[in-house]
Design a protein around this ligand. Structure first.
Ligand code: SF4
Length: 474
């Protein structure tokens, strides 16, 4: 995949001979791929003497810019303003873009950069020299696209697995460009505000990774962008079939029709089953519910320990169908589930049934308790509750920790609600209580200071910036 970094490097060398208009043209060309360009943000302060004329040029273009051009111009203005000594004001100026462009690596990367300027001692803002292992180990298979990480954090597709050649997708040009961005520390394809690994500074220093194995040492020494072995982790997220229609995910219930089921049958037979021979962990599912999908049910039964002795499962469910009877139907899962996740998003019935449209709280609580029994009996290795924070449920975050303990989960994960395209901008802004300009943001901060959220069982996901200050104050 081509991107425009080199154009800036050329401008960089010859900047004194360029007019402000030519410099802004070049910057806009660089940003036209809508990816993050931290090398550009880092270079801007070097030209501080030229910045007032560049700012005037950007401002003039903004006055007559159409909607598509405005975000990149506003970002350029903000980066010049930050270099001229106003990073806090510039962050406030850019913040309204956060909700409207919640999936944009460019906008979220620019906000991440400005937050880093304001918090220079915080190591999470320094990505160079740290390695995210996911793009070298994982694929997420969606209905018509494939990603090297969760598609809501890394939306660039590396190809379509329906074409039948998983090796071509795994090492496609797009896959290689993404891996290059990990090696060079730009992480330009990643949504830096949404990624919990970046937000919690969980990326591994390259030196430490080198020590882990010859595989990593060789890969890092060569800055390799192709990976010769298959993905170790495969997230199956192509079938959206679900027994519920949660408002955060979809507007109405969805079940694959016969034609779509036949397409998934072919995908599973021709691509997924061969691919999983190389994998160590399979996620079912990030797209719907594994027990509601005929395709996933069949696949889980086919993945027997005899045929796939090295494979383990991560199961993600809304919990409504996770009954003892269903569990008995899937012997292939027994003692092979590394992680069971039940996505609950509430600690009380009314909120749960509002956010899990079609669910019944008494059934889910009974099934969660059954999952706790499986964990206690050693039938599964781990059990996590998942809580996606939004305006309707943030007041129940502390109670959800108590709930997790009561039903016997080992951990509870909190994360921000993502706009998967289900919401309009205004609706997402109303839900995104973690945004600083949300009318209930102060109440959210009070809820985030609940001491129960400092429990070691809590995984703070991409809410670390709100939970961690409370932890430090404890
Ligand atoms: S979004 Fe985060 S987890 Fe995904 S590849 Fe980028 S750094 Fe890794």
């Amino acid at each position: 995949m081509e991107h425009q970094r080199d154009d800036w490097s050329q401008a960089d060398a010859g900047l004194p001979d360029l007019t402000a208009g030519e410099v802004v043209d070049l910057m806009q060309t660089v940003l036209s791929d809508e990816l993050d360009h931290p090398e550009l943000w880092a270079a801007i302060p070097d030209y501080v003497a030229a910045l007032p004329t560049i700012v005037a040029e950007v401002q003039a273009r903004l006055d007559c810019a159409g909607g598509a051009e405005r975000p990149s111009l506003l970002i350029l203005l903000a980066m010049c303003g930050a270099a001229l000594g106003q990073p806090k004001l510039m962050l406030e100026t850019l913040s309204p873009l956060a909700a409207r462009h919640s999936q944009s690596p460019l906008v979220q990367g620019a906000l991440f950069h400005l937050r880093g300027v304001l918090d220079p001692g915080n190591p999470k803002y320094r990505l160079a020299g740290k390695i995210c292992t996911k793009p070298f180990e994982q694929v997420d298979v969606l209905e018509n696209s494939t990603h090297l990480c969760c598609a809501s954090w890394l939306r660039t597709s590396v190809g379509d697995m329906n074409a039948g050649d998983w090796r071509a997708v795994w090492n496609s040009a797009e896959a290689q460009a993404i891996r290059e961005s990990i090696h060079d520390g730009s992480y330009r394809f990643c949504n830096k505000s949404a990624c919990p690994y970046i937000q919690s500074d969980a990326l591994v220093p390259a030196e430490a990774l080198r020590e882990q194995s010859a595989f990593w040492r060789d890969l890092l020494d060569a800055a390799a962008t192709t990976v010769n072995r298959g993905p170790r982790v495969v997230n199956l997220a192509y079938d959206r079939t679900c027994n519920l229609s949660c408002p955060s995910c979809r507007t109405e219930r969805f079940a694959a029709d016969e034609q779509l089921r036949e397409k998934f049958d072919a995908l599973q037979r021709d691509t997924i089953l061969p691919l999983l021979e190389h994998a160590r962990l399979v996620f079912v599912t990030g797209s719907g519910d594994p027990f509601a999908s005929k395709n996933f049910r069949r696949l889980m039964k086919e993945l027997t320990p005899e045929a796939y002795p090295d494979l383990r499962f991560q199961i993600m469910t809304n919990g409504m169908l996770f009954t003892p009877q269903q569990w008995a139907e899937f012997p292939s899962l027994h003692r092979r589930v590394a992680m069971l996740k039940i996505s609950v998003d509430a600690a009380a019935g009314p909120t749960h049934e509002l956010l899990r449209r079609g669910a019944r709280w008494p059934v889910v609580t009974r099934n969660m308790a059954f999952a706790g029994e499986l964990l206690a009996a050693g039938e599964i290795d781990n059990f996590e509750l998942v809580f996606t924070v939004q305006q309707e449920n943030y007041r129940e975050m502390g109670d959800a920790v108590d709930l997790a303990k009561t039903i016997g989960a080992r951990q509870i994960w909190f994360g921000r609600i993502t706009n998967w395209g289900t919401f309009g901008d205004e609706e997402y802004r109303r839900k995104a209580v973690f945004l600083p300009d949300h009318p209930e943001h102060r109440d959210f901060l009070i809820a985030a200071a609940d001491p129960r959220l400092r429990d070691p069982m809590v995984i703070e996901g991409d809410l670390e910036e709100f939970f961690a200050p409370a932890a430090r104050a404890a």
